[in-house]
Design a protein around this ligand. Structure first.
Ligand code: HEM
Length: 296
């Protein structure tokens, strides 16, 4: 498996998982993991957003967004405890993380869905049919439409399984001694969930290397099936905090695009782009040009 892992993010995750905690922290704090210039520019934008929120926020009104909510909670907590973790510095970090994690994950998921729609044009046709019968062409899709679009949901789910966004979880370590399936794991041990293995376990998934959306459908094609071992957003307290938003965004962007366009590609062996990548971060080669044909 390792030779196919070419994505920088995976290598970084793998490296950081093995590196001592002090080194990991240092790399993040110095910005060595990301480009320092990008890091500082984004931090500047966030600082100015926070300060304009502080000026315009009215605590008696409804919170406009996450920053308003955090600022209000920070005030309450700081009154009770001067050493609280709720600080402007933390708020700034949280906003940066939400933007970083949120934007790229959704963008990559949609790009990948478009590649799969090109590669499997018969599935694209079926999604078009579902969109036409449930949403039509005269209004924008809404998230509730998904309940009547099992194939589209199955297609999206299968894309998350087929090339898992994060084949391993983010870094975690045990907070106390514990035992899992008879194995003793001491406090402060790095633990990794191998989502890749769960999503490609042949005991659960028939032909796991194949892209088969129907595996997520009941035999009559009307219901979307759930699998315990399907965890694209991980599970537990520290699973993806943006799961709900991410699912809504991916569904709405993808359906909105296919509502208007049929997507094809020029001069490219799409399958090689998809097949080479372990995750959905399939970076098309220069000569991959997607074509969007307006649907009549
Ligand atoms: C299709 C979209 C997305 C996918 C597939 C995805 C997947 C994941 C995965 C697998 C993790 C690791 C969880 C773990 O290690 O246990 C994660 C963490 C995270 N995600 Fe997402 N995510 C998506 C969208 C978003 C969005 C829209 C946001 C923000 C609005 C977001 C914010 C985060 C944050 C902040 C974490 C770190 C959570 C923590 O460490 O406690 N994600 N995501």
């Amino acid at each position: 498996m390792l030779e196919t892992i070419s994505q920088k993010s995976i290598i970084t995750t793998a490296f950081l998982s093995a590196a001592p905690l002090w080194l990991t922290k240092r790399m993040y704090s110095t910005g060595a993991i990301n480009s320092r210039k990008v890091f500082e520019t984004v931090a500047g934008v966030i600082r100015s957003e926070i300060s304009s929120h502080k000026k315009s926020m009215n605590p008696n009104n409804k919170f406009r967004d996450y920053i308003d909510g955090y600022l209000a909670e920070m005030e309450v907590r700081q009154r009770k405890d001067p050493n609280t973790h709720f600080t402007l510095q933390k708020l700034s970090e949280m906003v940066r993380i939400l933007f970083g994690a949120g934007s790229s994950a959704v963008q990559e998921s949609i790009e990948f869905l478009l590649l799969l729609s090109v590669r499997y044009s018969e599935h694209q046709k079926r999604i078009h049919e579902e969109i036409d019968s449930v949403v039509g062409r005269d209004r924008s899709p809404c998230y509730a439409d998904r309940l009547h679009m099992p194939f589209t949901q199955a297609f999206i789910n299968e894309s998350f399984r087929y090339k898992t966004k994060l084949p391993f979880n983010l870094m975690r370590c045990t907070t106390k001694d514990t035992t899992v399936l008879g194995h003793f794991i001491p406090k402060d041990t790095r633990v990794i969930v191998n989502t890749y293995a769960l999503h490609s376990d042949p005991k659960v998934w028939v032909n796991p290397k194949e892209f088969i959306p129907n595996r997520f459908l009941s035999s009559d094609g009307k219901k979307v099936l759930k699998y315990e071992t399907f965890i694209p957003f991980l599970i537990g307290k520290r699973s993806c905090v943006g799961e709900t938003l991410g699912r809504v965004e991916v569904f709405l962007y993808f359906v909105s695009i296919l509502q208007r366009y049929r997507v094809s590609a020029k001069n490219v062996d799409i399958m090689s782009v998809i097949a080479k990548s372990l995750t959905m971060n399939a970076k098309p080669k220069d000569d991959l040009i997607l074509e969007f044909h307006k649907r009549l």
